[in-house]
Ligand binder design. Structure first.
Ligand code: ADP
Length: 401
């Protein structure tokens, strides 16, 4: 069975075609700068193998329909990895925000589209792009089942004391203002991988998953169910990210309005795009930050310290939430590659039974790697995330009932 996974953003479309027989990636691609003067499409055949081959197109891509049609021509055309569109059994769409109603992976019909339209105010940056992708995919593949897989789904099991904000209750009643949590597909994937690797049943597994990429979030899973997470009603709350602040005092908006005459939109933009690592040191890529630290840049060191201190604080609080912790798992761009961030994020947690082996932690691996010492009572793992494969699996499961 071949499953196409689509992650359609406001001006980009990412795709991967899986052969679910062996879960290999047949091809993948990225359409970028949709709506700009010149757009681009990068298409890779068998990207994970020695036979990998890349094609790049540069041309105006005025809308999602043109972008997706170009991609489909490369996937299914003469040189494509499949000879005919009919070979694609299903399409899985990544959805950032499913609100309170959409949580199980769901077959797309008009009512699902309507629900996604209704919750645009909760995810104004993401859901319109997803809807554009769904609409084009439905018109290009009218007979192919399409499934939506929500980033918010995994955190639907949070108990009310974890998802409610201490605000006037009417805000929840009227606007569904609550913690939703994000990166759920990634947290779920690596949490299950960790349980599988250590040979424990997921229903009895307690794990803290630490997703550190451009966006960063942490989730506590108890007996196989998410019980708390760092991101909130939007993906801004919690950890320090590339350009996002994470937690700040909510009085900041009023203070900046009074002292710097900033509007709420100004503050929102600043917190999302000009804060985090970038706000502290001018750089948002952790590799550049390490290079700058080597040259003695004190602000770069401060940015690293603020991020890893926040990670540590959240790991400690999630240990308190869970009581017994079987594992801590690092994943995503920084979590998978940056041994210094990992080391600093668990520094001082030895008294809670968390001990990492510096030498193993410094190793590079594309496979899951246990970086804790044998006498650490909490196992610490690095596990590469694979959100696209998780979406492909969910899509296949929906099709198989
Ligand atoms: P996204 O959240 O956009 O999916 P990724 O998970 O791909 O992001 O993570 C991207 C980030 O990972 C980059 O901004 C960079 O800071 C970090 N990163 C990638 N490779 C390395 C590396 N070798 N060392 C340190 N950081 C890295």
């Amino acid at each position: 069975m071949k499953v196409l996974v689509i992650n359609s953003g406001s001006s980009s479309i990412k795709y991967q075609l899986f052969d679910m027989g062996d879960e290999s990636v047949l091809c993948s691609g990225l359409v970028e700068r949709i709506g700009e003067e010149v757009g681009s499409l990068t298409h890779k055949i068998a990207p994970d193998t020695d036979a990998a081959d890349k094609q790049v197109l540069e041309q105006p891509i005025p809308d999602h329909e043109v972008g997706m049609t170009l991609a489909i021509d490369l996937i299914c055309g003469e040189q494509g990895v499949v000879k005919d569109k009919s070979e694609i059994a299903a399409i899985g769409h990544r959805i950032v925000h499913g609100g309170e109603k959409l949580h199980q992976p769901t077959l797309v019909d008009d009512s699902v589209v309507e629900e996604l339209e209704k919750i645009i105010p909760l995810a104004p940056l993401h859901n319109p792009g997803h809807l554009a992708g769904i609409s084009v995919a439905r018109s290009l593949f009218p007979d192919v089942p399409q499934v939506v897989v929500m980033d918010t789904a995994y955190h639907q099991t949070l108990p009310p004391e974890a998802y409610m904000y201490a605000l006037p209750y009417e805000l929840y009643d009227e606007l569904r203002i609550r913690r939703y949590g994000f990166h759920g597909t990634s947290h779920c994937y690596v949490a299950k991988e960790a349980a599988r690797i250590v040979g424990k049943s997921f229903d009895e597994f307690n794990v803290i998953t630490v997703h550190l990429g451009n966006g960063c979030s942490m989730t506590a899973t108890k007996n196989g169910k998410a019980v708390d997470t760092s991101m909130g009603i939007t993906p801004l709350e919690g950890l320090v990210m590339g350009t996002r602040s994470g937690d700040v005092d909510p009085a900041l908006h009023a203070l900046l309005a009074r002292t710097k005459d900033m509007t709420s939109e100004d503050v929102d933009r600043m917190l999302n795009k000009e804060s985090g690592l970038k706000g502290l040191c001018g750089m948002n890529d952790m590799r550049d930050i390490h290079a700058a630290i080597e040259k003695g840049d004190e602000k770069a060191k401060l940015a690293l310290d603020v991020q890893t201190y926040r990670n540590r604080k959240y790991i400690g609080s999630f240990m308190a939430v869970l009581g017994t912790v079987d594992a801590i798992v690092f994943t995503a761009g920084i979590g998978e590659n940056d041994n210094i961030v990992r080391r600093e994020s668990v520094k001082g947690l030895e008294c809670f039974g968390v001990k990492i082996d510096e030498e193993i932690n410094a190793q590079r691996a594309s496979e899951p790697l246990k970086i804790s010492t044998d006498d650490s009572s909490v196992a610490v793992w690095v596990i590469p995330t694979n959100e696209e494969l998780a979406i492909a699996r969910e899509t296949k499961d929906v099709l198989n009932g």
